[in-house]
Design a protein around this ligand. Structure first.
Ligand code: NAD
Ligand code: DAU
Length: 352
């Protein structure tokens, strides 16, 4: 049985990944380390409360003693680091929190994993161990009208968020270059799907439609993102964990670029036709642009396709309807998120 240390498992992608792992194979042991920031929701994984192969630990990834205790207690095979401050707008207001978690937290995890996995201070590691850094296409910066990000595109982050993620990537790479630590880095495009915190564009639009609230569009609404259904991101990460060549970076993308305004209008129109005819494009409000707003992201995912045989399975037209319906069926979740109820201390907490 493989033992996974998943950080940030109570967030959007981390909780989807843990559900994905258990749905694929029961024969895994998962330790979920999350300090339940505003973005972390213990209830996302409450279904595993009585699962003997699942443990939740409330801890900060930058906390040395808490992470050391976990490595002493469990024989970790894979450390998959999802934990991060992830929202660009917040990073513009408060960069320091992003540096603490995304840079110092990542460094702490690497140091402790290295100490536990390295054999006798050599370049040899215990068999089968690997650290996987969940990174983002935003580290590459912004594209013009043409071209795509490849794994060789130079890093050129613009926001404090993307700069902190790029810094973390370089530190992870340095542990491979210097210590031969077994690592992979994945860089994915924009995800959408169930359990995404409603500060991000897609759940924000759905939530505001349901509440008849205005929908803010930054700038001219012509910024382009490449949207990927979260389950496809999870399957890509799973393949990288099992088969990724040590030291390699893998881009992951949806091959599905749209402008923000086109995407927002399509959600509004779906809700208008299928859910509530009082919701229409009059909810749209053009507002001041995000500072340093990247114009276009587009991922070339040909390496992961060629090397690991991955391609996305969910068409955007189907995934977005599935997502809208998930939020419609889970208005309690949205309400609870807004009330912050799910950030209460978890009963299974073993570290402070
Ligand atoms: P999220 O904000 O929904 O979740 C982050 C989780 O990390 C939360 O549960 C939070 O409580 C936890 N966390 C934050 N700081 C922590 C700390 N110091 N110690 C322990 N836990 C902490 O984020 P997400 O959208 O699920 O993103 C997960 C990862 O994937 C991030 O690293 C992000 O950079 C990356 N990513 C996200 C996207 C996307 O579209 N959302 C795309 C590509 C990559
Ligand atoms: O590309 C991957 C990244 O995608 C991840 O690394 C980040 O963690 C994730 O948050 C996401 O970043 P974005 O900044 O692209 O996502 P966000 O949902 O914040 O915004 C998507 C686009 O919509 C972006 O161009 C800004 C715009 N926007 C966003 C919000 C919240 C609006 O126009 N209005 C809004 O209210």
């Amino acid at each position: 049985m493989k033992t996974y240390l998943i950080t940030g498992g109570c967030g959007f992608i981390g909780s989807n990944f843990i559900k994905y792992l258990f749905s694929k194979q029961e024969n895994v042991f998962v330790i979920n380390v999350d300090n339940l920031t505003y973005a972390g929701n213990y209830s996302n994984l409450q279904e595993f409360d009585n699962n003997k192969n699942y443990v939740f630990v409330r801890a900060d990834i930058a906390d040395k003693s808490a992470i050391e205790v976990i490595f002493e207690k469990y024989n970790i095979d894979f450390l998959v680091n999802f934990a991060a401050e992830s929202h660009v707008d917040r990073s513009i207001v408060d960069p320091e929190t992003f540096i603490k978690t995304n840079v110092l937290g990542t460094t702490n995890l690497l140091n402790i994993a290295k100490k536990n996995w390295m054999i006798n201070n050599s370049d040899q590691y215990l068999e089968g161990k690997k650290y996987i850094q969940i990174s983002t296409d935003e580290v590459y910066g912004s594209l013009g009208k043409e071209g795509l990000f490849t794994e060789n595109t130079p890093l050129d982050p613009h926001s404090p968020y993307s700069a902190s993620k790029a810094s973390a990537d370089l530190i992870v790479k340095s542990f491979y270059d210097t210590f031969k630590m077994p690592i992979n880095i994945t860089r994915c495009s924009n995800n959408y799907g169930p359990y995404q915190f409603p500060e991000k564009l897609i759940p924000l639009v759905i939530s505001n439609c349901l509440n008849h609230e205005n929908i803010p569009i930054y700038g001219d609404g012509m910024n382009i993102r490449d949207w990927l259904f979260v389950e496809d991101h999870c399957s890509a990460i799973d393949l990288v964990i099992d088969n990724g060549k040590l030291g390699e970076v893998y881009n992951i993308g949806g091959n599905n670029e749209t402008t923000n305004i086109e995407m927002v209008k399509s959600i509004i129109n779906y809700i208008n036709k299928n859910v509530d005819e009082n919701v229409d494009e009059n909810l749209i409000r053009y507002v001041s642009d995000r500072k340093g707003h990247d114009r276009r992201y587009g991922i070339d995912a040909s390496k992961i396709k060629a090397d690991l045989g991955w391609s996305p399975l969910t068409q955007y037209s189907k995934g977005i309807i599935q997502t809208i319906n998930w939020y419609l069926d889970n208005t309690d979740w949205l309400d609870e998120i807004k009330n912050g109820k799910y950030r209460k201390l978890a009963e299974k907490e073993v570290c402070s």
